[in-house]
Design a protein around this ligand. Structure first.
Ligand SMILES: C[S@@+](CC[C@H](N)C(=O)[O-])C[C@H]1O[C@@H](n2cnc3c(N)ncnc32)[C@H](O)[C@@H]1O
Length: 225
């Protein structure tokens, strides 16, 4: 088995597709239920897009919600079991099974006006290649929304510096196995990465968790330059 962290991310999602579908569809993840789903939906709504690319769409909840608002969506995800679940729940929807490496190598063949990444960017070099490819898929003014773990909350006791971290399913039920490593980025690193790839930060949103008082996520809203 590969020990390359980017490959381990993909294999972990294959392993955990079924419990993930259950967790999302039964609203078992408190921070999503209380905060982060709404944060992403309201950030999208504020930008009034007509065509949204949901990168790392998972089982498709965000595409389904947006399609309910009349927005055309395109969901892309590498995990076949998740894409299949998305298609079954939304047969008229547009879902594609593709990993970010393959996506980044494509010549853009359609345009969207907003790209949403909801807790779907965990890699290092692969993420850098993906971000470099994204501006070409965006019609101007093109928006990019990235919701991710808040670095100040997720840092724990380790140094506040970019690095691969061991994964954990703490707080998830026992059906989850083989957590994948993930690449920790500081806030400065996220902003630098966006700027280096032709995006300008529009807003930095830190939605508070009502029970902990800490940010439930970091939501970066950027625009293609
Ligand atoms: C935490 S889930 C989030 C799914 C969805 N965005 C949501 O909000 O429920 C992370 C998703 O990212 C996808 N993903 C991770 N790395 C990927 C890659 N390299 N290429 C494509 N999809 C990837 C996984 O398959 C998984 O569906």
């Amino acid at each position: 088995m590969s020990t390359d962290p980017e490959s381990l991310i993909l294999s972990s999602w294959q392993t955990n597709a079924e419990p993930w579908i259950t967790a999302v569809r039964e609203a078992r993840i408190e921070s999503r239920r209380l905060v982060t789903d709404h944060a992403m939906l309201s950030a999208i709504d504020a930008r009034r897009p007509q065509r949204v690319l949901d990168l790392g769409c998972g089982e498709g909840w965000l595409c389904r919600a947006l399609r309910g608002w009349g927005i055309a969506t395109w969901g892309v995800d590498a995990t076949a079991g998740l894409v299949e679940a998305a298609r079954i729940s939304d047969p008229e929807g547009d879902y594609e099974c593709l990993d970010y490496a393959a996506f980044s190598q494509q010549t853009p063949h359609r345009q969207v006006d907003l790209i949403a990444c909801n807790f779907s960017l965990f890699g290092a070099e692969e993420l850098e290649r993906l971000l470099a490819a994204l501006p070409a898929w965006l019609e101007r003014p093109g928006h990019l929304l990235i919701q991710t773990l808040h670095p100040h909350v997720a840092c724990g006791d380790e140094p506040y510096a970019d690095s691969w971290r061991a994964g954990s399913w703490a707080g998830f039920d026992a059906a989850f196995r083989d957590p994948a490593p993930w690449y920790f980025r500081t806030l400065e690193s996220w902003v630098t990465l966006l700027h280096a790839n032709g995006f300008r930060l529009d807003a930095l949103i830190e939605p508070p968790h009502p029970l902990t008082g800490k940010p439930a996520s970091l939501l970066l809203a950027a625009r293609a330059a």
